[in-house]
Design a protein around this ligand. Structure first.
Ligand SMILES: *Cc1c(COP(=O)(O)O)cnc(C)c1O
Length: 359
């Protein structure tokens, strides 16, 4: 068996020790004589798995008791609708900042439910910047301000938290767990699991408890965060296997030294790759220096006619899923927590060799 380096934007690489443990426990989980997939979500085993996953996550992120942790389904995209359904009041307004394709989708969904004010946008720079806070045109009393701390497609990341009156609602799908955050800065943090948490099928929502119970009367029960909170995320059948795997990932992260340690590793990985890109006239990254993502690094080749050869040869060299998003072109390396420094080193070595042969 040869495992190759996976730079996929999502579903993304998972830590190998997690996959090995899941394999070892597949047929007979802890002597239960069953796979975890075959157990009732009401069983003490699964309830225990869910509780342990939540406790480990609370510890990793420093989540206080004034926040509910919800394990849901439907992906981050479902939360684009759940956010206004839970928080946007009749006649109220929600502020959004548009920094890329995921912001845009959240905005489009928000508009289906009420008044949306796009307070700032970086579309004029083709989403290679983050609009300075002073330029944001915020509403006088918005129900919330929504933004995307890391734009997975453009590779643009906030390294600051905006100060606002309104509660901050953030789509952290592609940056969560990559470095410490101060949870208390936010009203709601949500994320699809398939980038930095676990397999697809699980969605994490961390919501300040005073924001529960405000949902529109027509909000489906399945989208009402209070329903989930009141039922320990077991109002209906949760994605039990994905939850189990996420719990193993949380424990793996703790074993790595937690999010402080992950930040050191992730910064080192990203800095190396940006240095290789910047140090060459053959490769380029379009994002303003202070907003370059630690997780998703798009880069272009000086001659786009070489893109195809780059992809074919990198794949043959065991470096998978480097094709950039169609809206940006070129390449993209997603280097989430489970993508090791050895993978980044191998990518840089390949890039330098490719440049020598084609530059
Ligand atoms: C991947 C991604 C999404 C979409 O997530 P789904 O779980 O597929 O709905 C939304 N926002 C961001 C920032 C993402 O990276």
């Amino acid at each position: 068996m040869t495992r190759r380096y996976n730079f996929c934007a999502g579903p993304a690489a998972l830590p190998e020790p997690v996959l090995e443990q899941a394999r070892d426990e597949m047929l007979d989980w802890h002597g239960a004589g069953l796979s975890i997939m075959e157990m009732s979500h009401r069983s003490p085993e699964i309830v225990g798995v869910a509780q342990r996953a939540e406790a480990t996550l609370r510890d990793l992120m420093g989540i206080g008791d004034d926040y509910a942790v919800l394990f849901l389904q439907g992906g981050a995209s479902t939360q684009f609708a759940a956010v206004p359904l839970n928080l946007l009041s009749e006649g109220g307004v929600a502020d959004y900042v548009n920094t890329g394709q995921w912001s845009k989708k959240a905005i489009a969904e928000g508009k289906r439910f009420g008044n949306v004010n796009v307070a700032a946008s970086s579309e004029d720079t083709r989403f290679t910047t983050i609009p300075a806070r002073e330029t944001w045109q915020l509403s006088a009393s918005a129900d919330y301000l929504h933004y995307t701390p890391n734009e997975t497609i453009g590779g643009v990341e906030y390294f600051w938290v905006p100060e606002t009156q309104a509660p901050l609602v953030v789509d952290m799908s592609s940056t969560i767990l990559s470095r410490p955050v101060n949870v208390a800065d936010y009203g709601v943090i949500y994320a699809g699991a398939q980038k930095n948490i676990g397999p697809a099928g699980l969605t994490l929502v961390i919501v300040r408890k005073d924001l529960l119970g405000k949902a529109d009367a027509r909000c489906p029960a399945m989208l009402d965060w209070k329903t989930a909170a009141d039922n320990d995320s077991m109002y209906n059948t949760p994605p039990t296997y994905a939850l189990y795997l996420a719990g193993l990932v949380f424990e793996w992260l703790k074993g790595q030294g937690g999010l402080d340690a992950m930040e050191v590793i992730n910064r080192r990985k990203a800095e190396k790759l940006y240095a290789a890109i910047d140090g060459s006239a053959f490769y380029a990254n379009p994002v303003e220096l202070q907003s370059r993502s630690l997780m998703n690094i798009p880069f272009t080749l000086a001659d786009a006619n070489l893109d195809k050869a780059f992809l074919v040869e990198s794949e043959a060299a065991g470096l998978l899923n480097l094709k950039g998003h169609r809206s940006v072109g070129g390449m993209r390396a997603s280097i989430y927590n489970a993508v090791g420094e050895d993978a980044v080193d191998a990518l840089i070595a390949f890039m330098q060799d490719f440049e020598r042969r084609n530059g």
